[in-house]
Design a protein around this ligand. Structure first.
Ligand code: RFL
Ligand code: PHB
Length: 395
């Protein structure tokens, strides 16, 4: 088998890359380890930046998103029992965010790929990128127990943080920068009407809490927990009691409660691999970098990477010469590091850090006071939250 671009991973990065390449007249095949129903059911991100929505619109994939997603023009920062609204649109040139679940984006992308005759190999086992330091890279894998080789011009490693592409890079070629946080997020899906029209990010002495939503009948909420927390130790009553305590305001606000449908604990890490290119292997999305979810940047960054990569590959195939392809890693990393900075800022602003001194706790409150009281600070937060402008044109 042969294709122009062999893509590993059918997450947002891999699927979007494949669709953008198709629209630029470039063939690709996606190899995905999991089954279609699994990738379409995994609950993860929810916040889409304006640029992500605009890109989905521009390729005709905005219909369901606009019908079922929620456009938010602001977020609330809550601390000391009081809420402070940040008007995102007023501070970021009219831009907004859309709350639309990642697995719904995945469903839309899979449907679009298949409708265009695109190939996604689900259940691809033992994927191994080879020869990416030569002009003849290939992906070795097995499907239904039969060994296969996919020869290609380029390999796109879109296989997430635990994928095989980054680990195929020779030791020493990849410089890794990382930070782990001494807490995780306990995430729930609950059957209840939205508690709030906009997202609520809360700082509380018991720890961070976040109110988000999914639909008129399903809410998504998170609270800071021990990274090794046992979800089975938390029944519905205990979960709601903790959320009530952290989210309470002086004027008696309380979340709308309902049965908890799903619960899990998410670790918090920051990670960057530099560079993002090794010969003919290009990494994109979580395969190259991850952020703690407090800034809602991971999925959006994955989409931004492949937008740049697709434009660079299109230029390469069009002109036979690819200055953009050569610059992919450095161009992408500039955006990546700004998202790292913002995610670190939001995480530091809002969480309770075990062992923080009284002095550090006071600084954190001063930071919250500054951000919610200063127009300049709100503009900075809003500009980053809705998504920084793209430096590069689309393909
Ligand atoms: P993904 O989504 O991990 O997809 C990688 C795909 O590769 C497959 N794969 C392999 N396939 C073949 N062979 C192998 N050896 C393979 N190994 C792996 C996997 O099965 C999978 O299908 O990476 P991608 O495409 O880079 O997308 C990244 C995003 O998924 C991630 O950054 C976001 O979910 C992060 N995130 C958020 N991002 C946002 O922009 N906004 C948010 O509101 C937001 N909230 C979140 C989040 C992540 C969370 N968790 C669970 C960490 C909230 C949470 C709780
Ligand atoms: C979500 O709705 O899942 C969500 C919202 C905001 C975040 C992270 C996750 O910062």
């Amino acid at each position: 088998m042969r294709t122009q671009v062999g893509i590993v991973g059918a997450g947002p990065a891999g699927l979007m890359l494949s669709q953008l390449l198709h629209l630029a007249g470039i063939e690709s095949i996606v190899l995905e380890a999991r089954a279609r129903r699994e990738i379409e059911a995994t609950v993860r991100a929810g916040v889409l930046e304006q640029g992500t929505v605009d890109l989905l619109d521009s390729i005709g994939l905005g219909v369901r998103l606009h019908r079922e997603g929620f456009v938010h023009h602001g977020i609330e920062l809550r601390y000391d029992g009081r809420g402070h609204r940040i008007d995102l649109s007023a501070h970021a040139g009219g831009k907004a965010i859309t709350v639309y679940a990642q697995h719904e984006v995945i469903k839309d992308l899979v449907a679009a790929r298949l409708a265009c005759g695109g190939r996604i190999v689900f259940g691809a086992a033992g994927v191994e990128p080879r020869g990416f330091d030569t002009d003849a890279p290939s992906l070795h894998y097995s499907a239904d127990g039969v060994a296969q080789v996919l020869a290609c011009d380029f390999i796109a490693g879109c296989d997430g943080y635990h994928g095989v592409c980054r680990s195929a890079v020779p030791q020493g070629a990849c410089h890794e920068f990382s930070r782990s946080y001494p807490f995780g997020w306990f995430g729930i899906l609950a059957e209840a009407a939205p508690s709030s029209a906009e997202l609520v990010y809360t700082h509380h002495p018991r720890g961070f809490a976040l109110v988000s939503t999914r639909s008129p009948t399903i809410q998504r909420l998170y609270f800071q927990c021990d990274p090794h927390e046992n979800v089975d130790a938390w029944d519905d009553a205990r979960i709601w009691s903790e959320l009530r305590a952290r989210l309470a305001t002086r004027d008696g606000w309380a979340p709308v409660e309902g049965p908890v449908l799903q619960k899990n604990v998410v670790g918090m890490r920051s990670f960057v691999c530099e560079p993002m290119q090794f010969g003919r292997l290009y990494l994109a999305g979580d395969a190259a970098h991850i952020v703690p979810p407090t800034g809602a940047k991971g999925l959006n960054l994955a989409i931004a990477d492949v937008r740049m990569l697709a434009a660079a590959l299109a230029e390469h195939y069009r002109s036979g010469n690819g200055p953009r392809l050569a610059a992919y890693s450095s161009t992408a990393l500039r955006r990546v590091w700004k998202a790292q900075r913002f995610s670190w800022f939001m995480t530091s602003l809002l969480h309770r850090f075990p062992g923080a001194t009284a002095y550090e706790q006071r600084l954190q409150l001063a930071d919250l006071d500054y951000v919610t009281g200063s127009d300049a600070a709100q503009s900075s937060l809003a500009e980053n939250y809705v998504g920084l402008p793209f430096e590069d044109a689309t393909c």
